[in-house]
Design a protein around this ligand. Structure first.
Ligand code: SF4
Ligand code: SF4
Ligand code: F3S
Length: 268
């Protein structure tokens, strides 16, 4: 499709690990190549854009100007904020990451915080939070749709984007501004090991007979009962697997402050 027919998207990397981008790149339906050649025009994305250096920064400024009030802004990463904002500067133009995010948000048609870092601060904001990192919604007064997860699945990232592309509107949201279609139900309520939970059959220790039999992971730290996400139904990588299927339990990665509040995953 011609660039004019595609939805312009600007993706900013703040303080992050690039895991959310890795998840995006695993989109299979549509494939990532179909997504960026047929449906969206990815104007700026530090991991996969071909431009570098000053040219890349120029592209960002041009896209904000050219597609004013029409582009979608997607932000990955927590945002070193206020007195900590100088922990993140990008592109050598003397601006903090926080200022870049504020400026890009100003004329976006829709804003998605991709991942728990951008949605809630995430690991960057975990105690003692040396960079004073915070969520995207805390640095802009514009409405922000949160797509948390560490990382979110490729289908939750792309599904949120395509919903806007197809309908031109924002999805119904829960109390944390997460799309309800993805984050409306508990992991625990759709879990393939739920029958074992109800029957009182638990893994007591990793490697025991319960683990070999696929019993419930609650006693080894699974946070599925406290976590709202669709991993147990949607899975990752086109339905390949998800944490509980891998025998690991859910870490609560799509909930606010899960690093500090969800406790140790591998409890005895
Ligand atoms: Fe990485 Fe998780 Fe933050 Fe995404 S939410 S950037 S996967 S630490
Ligand atoms: Fe619930 Fe976790 Fe047990 Fe699944 S493994 S039934 S999500 S506690
Ligand atoms: Fe995260 Fe739990 Fe899903 S750890 S990936 S919300 S199963």
């Amino acid at each position: 499709a011609e660039v004019a027919d595609r939805l312009p998207v600007i993706w900013l990397h703040m303080a992050e690990c690039t895991g959310c981008t890795e998840s995006l790149l695993r989109s299979a339906s549509p494939s990532i190549d179909s997504l960026i050649f047929d449906h969206i025009s990815l104007e700026y994305q530090e991991t996969i854009m071909s431009a570098a250096g000053w040219q890349a920064e120029q592209n960002l400024e041009n896209a904000i100007e050219k597609y004013k009030d029409r582009y979608v802004l997607m932000v990955e990463g927590g945002i070193p904020h206020g007195k900590g904002s100088h922990f993140l500067t990008i592109g050598g133009h003397g601006k903090t990451g926080e200022q870049s995010a504020i400026d890009a948000a100003e004329h976006a048609a829709a804003i998605f915080a991709i991942g728990t870092c951008s949605s809630f601060g995430g690991v960057q904001a975990a105690a003692p939070n040396p960079t004073n990192a915070t969520s995207l919604s805390n640095v802009t007064s514009k409405p922000v749709i949160n797509v948390p997860g560490c990382p979110p699945s490729e289908s939750n990232i792309v599904g949120t984007l395509l919903h806007f592309l197809l309908y031109g509107s924002l999805p119904a949201l829960d109390a944390y501004n997460r799309p309800k279609w993805a984050y409306g139900l508990r992991i625990h309520d759709m879990c393939e090991r739920r029958g074992h939970f109800d029957a009182g059959e638990f893994v007591e220790q990793f490697g025991d007979d319960g683990a070999k039999n696929g019993f419930c992971l609650y006693k080894v730290g699974c946070k599925g009962p406290y976590t709202f996400n669709n991993c147990s139904r949607q899975k990752f990588n086109e339905g390949t697997s998800w944490p509980v299927q891998a025998g690991h339990g859910c870490a609560g990665c799509s909930e606010p402050d899960f690093w500090d509040t969800m406790g140790v995953l591998h409890e005895p």
